[in-house]
Design a protein around this ligand. Structure first.
Ligand code: CA2
Length: 149
C-alpha cells in the first residue's frame, strides 16, 4: 500500500457550500473530499483529508505528514496570508507540497495576493474551484511517479 497524500484545509473551509457560493461555489467540503479521493484513486493513491480552524493543528498534521505521507496538498485558507508557522512546518516537511485555492486570489483583495507558504511548495494552483484540488492530485501523482522512476 503506498503512503497517502495528506490534504489539509484551513480555517472556515468547513463552511464551504453554506456561504459565499459566488466566491467559493456550491460544493461542500465533503464533496471536495469525495472528488479528491476519486482522482487519487485513479493513481492508486490513498488520501488523508483534514480540516481545522486552528493553526497549531495544521502544523501538527504537516509534521505528521513528513513520516506518513508521500505528498501534501494544502489550502491554508486565511493562514496562507499570515502564517510563518505553517511556512516553517512545510519547509521542514521534506515531501512535495502543492498549495491550492478555490478562488483566484490574485483577482481579489490586495492582502490575498501574497502567500507566506508558496516558497515551500512545488507549485500553486488557484481559481478553479474544486478542480484546483483535482489538478493538484494530478500534478503530485505525476511528480511522484517521476521520482520513483
Ligand atoms: O480561495 C481559497 O481557497 C482561499 O484559500 C479561501 C480562504 C481565503 O481566506 C483565501 O484568501 C483564499 C477562505 C476560506 C473560507 O471559506 C469559506 C467558505 C464558505 C463561506 C465562508 C468562508
Amino acid at each position: 500500500m503506498p503512503k497517502p497524500i495528506y490534504v489539509l484545509n484551513g480555517p472556515n473551509l468547513n463552511l464551504l457550500g453554506q456561504r459565499e457560493p459566488e466566491v467559493y461555489g456550491h460544493a461542500t467540503l465533503d464533496d471536495v473530499k469525495d472528488r479528491v479521493a476519486a482522482r487519487a484513486e485513479q493513481f492508486s493513491l490513498p488520501i488523508e483529508f483534514y480540516q481545522s480552524n486552528k493553526e497549531g493543528e495544521l502544523v501538527d498534521w504537516i509534521q505528521e505528514a513528513r513520516a506518513k505521507a508521500c505528498g501534501l496538498i494544502i489550502n491554508a485558507g486565511a493562514y496562507t496570508h499570515t502564517s510563518v508557522a505553517i511556512l516553517d512546518a512545510l519547509l521542514a516537511a521534506d515531501i512535495p507540497c502543492v498549495e491550492v485555492h478555490l478562488s483566484n486570489i490574485f483577482k481579489r483583495e490586495e492582502f490575498r495576493h501574497h502567500s507566506y507558504i508558496s516558497t515551500a511548495c512545488v507549485g500553486v494552483i488557484c481559481g478553479f474551484g474544486v478542480k484546483s484540488y483535482e489538478l493538484a492530485v494530478e500534478a503530485l501523482a505525476e511528480r511522484l511517479e517521476t521520482k520513483r522512476g
